[in-house]
Design a protein around this ligand. Structure first.
Ligand code: DI6
Ligand code: FE
Length: 400
């Protein structure tokens, strides 16, 4: 096997502090067989294939660690309703929101869901994403939740990308379980999890802990079962109100707690103690015109790693740009450029439990990298709606 030397790049490893102005050629990257062999100055050796990166910025490939890209239908009508002043919670309570997507998704086969989702995936890949998390959560029946995750796995075969699947049956209560959340958790969320896990469809378990969704007490049996199955957990928590999901999930050693606008300092400390990543989702904050900011200073002070993701979904974050997620993280949440870049690379990988697989340019990791027509990290974060991608490198191969 021939090793490849990526030379004359401005390398940002995301394996420590992030240089504001990386120097061209200061570091080389040597890859072989889809992996990074070495990073350092002067790695040129006999027999290497040499790629001159032309002084471009080379970063770890973005990891979109929170998406709902598999779904049926469209909810632009709800966007118009919100413009007319109807709040999201009211739309959701009137049978719109997640339930509207449920009706459309239940009507679709694996193949139809793949066809509907590929354009969204392709938008992410066009900005260099090499790893994408995909949640279920619009089927809300055992059969339809399984169909969603089969579609998610199929996306990983249709494109050169790593797909991580997340079981999110506890996303909303479908009408047939009205008033019976405990029965839904037992008969759909838990029974379906066992079936999905047996089929190899589940990399992690998630839930929506919110006034309009589930309480920690209702979710506890699901998280107990996930633990018994050896599956890592995550949570959507403190998005619209403080519901206690973050501290609850931290007790299960959650990989991540996501949204967190209403999280407290105590939540940040609980996350620090459990090693839980804070996944910030500025697309949802923006689309819902939220005004309460996530407690970024508390996360910094407690040493909680922060990730950024698109939360791509048909309602509250119809965002298919990881670069715009970074720009919004900076503009709306006042993250630094370094925090934004770590947020879509090293910390995003950690939010998926993949820190030893991808998200950094370091020996032993997958050679998932992006060459950008840019010289500094700030140039990736500052622009809005511009795509400076030069080459997406998945497992050592230029794939776009
Ligand atoms: N939080 C969100 O922002 C989305 N899901 C969630 O748990 C909303 C999903 C939707 O409205 O379709
Ligand atoms: Fe979400």
């Amino acid at each position: 096997m021939t090793a490849t030397l990526w030379t004359n790049a401005r390398v940002v490893t995301a394996d420590g502090s992030i240089d504001r102005a990386p120097q061209a050629g200061a570091l080389d990257v040597l890859t072989e067989g889809g992996r990074i062999l070495a990073v350092g100055p002067g790695l040129a050796g006999d027999g290497h294939r040499i790629v001159d990166c032309g002084g471009r910025l080379l970063t770890p490939a973005p990891v979109d660690c929170h998406t709902h890209i598999v779904f049926g239908g469209d909810r632009a009508n709800e966007f118009e309703m919100r413009l007319d002043g109807v709040p999201y919670t009211q739309i959701a309570q009137a049978g719109g929101g997640i339930k509207a997507s449920m009706r459309a998704t239940r009507a679709m086969s694996v193949e139809a869901l793949v066809t509907a989702s590929l354009p969204r995936l392709d938008h992410l890949l066009a900005e260099g994403v090499c790893t994408v998390e995909v949640k279920s959560g619009y089927g809300l029946s055992v059969a339809s939740e399984l169909t969603m995750l089969r579609a998610a796995r199929a996306l990983g075969h249709a494109r050169r990308v790593r797909v991580c699947t997340t079981w999110l049956a506890a996303h909303a209560l479908p009408p047939e379980y009205d008033g019976r959340p405990e029965a839904y958790i037992a008969e759909v969320a838990i029974a379906g999890l066992e079936a999905a896990h047996a089929e190899g469809l589940v990399d992690a378990v998630d839930s929506f802990c919110e006034g309009i969704a589930f309480t920690p007490a209702q979710l506890a049996p699901l998280y107990d079962r996930a633990r018994a199955l050896g599956l890592p957990v995550k949570i959507h928590s403190e998005q619209l109100s403080h519901s206690g999901g973050t501290a609850f999930a931290a007790r299960y050693g959650a990989l991540s707690a996501d949204h967190l606008e209403h999280a407290t300092e105590a939540d940040a400390q609980a996350m620090a103690a459990s090693g839980t990543v804070a996944v910030l989702l500025p697309g949802a904050f923006y689309a819902l015109r939220e005004t309460v900011l996530p407690p970024v200073a508390a996360f910094r002070a407690a040493g909680v790693p922060m990730a950024l993701a698109t939360d791509c979904n048909p309602g509250t974050s119809p965002l298919t740009s990881i670069l715009l997620a970074m720009n919004m993280g900076a503009t709306l949440f006042r993250l630094t450029v370094a925090e934004c870049l770590l947020g879509i690379t090293a910390h995003a990988a950690r939010a998926l439990g993949l820190q030893e697989v991808t998200g950094r340019i370091a020996p032993g990791l997958a050679a998932d990298m992006v060459l950008w027509n840019a010289e500094t990290p700030a140039q990736l974060v500052a622009r809005i709606g511009f795509n400076p991608l030069h080459a997406r490198i998945f497992q050592g191969e230029v794939v776009a």
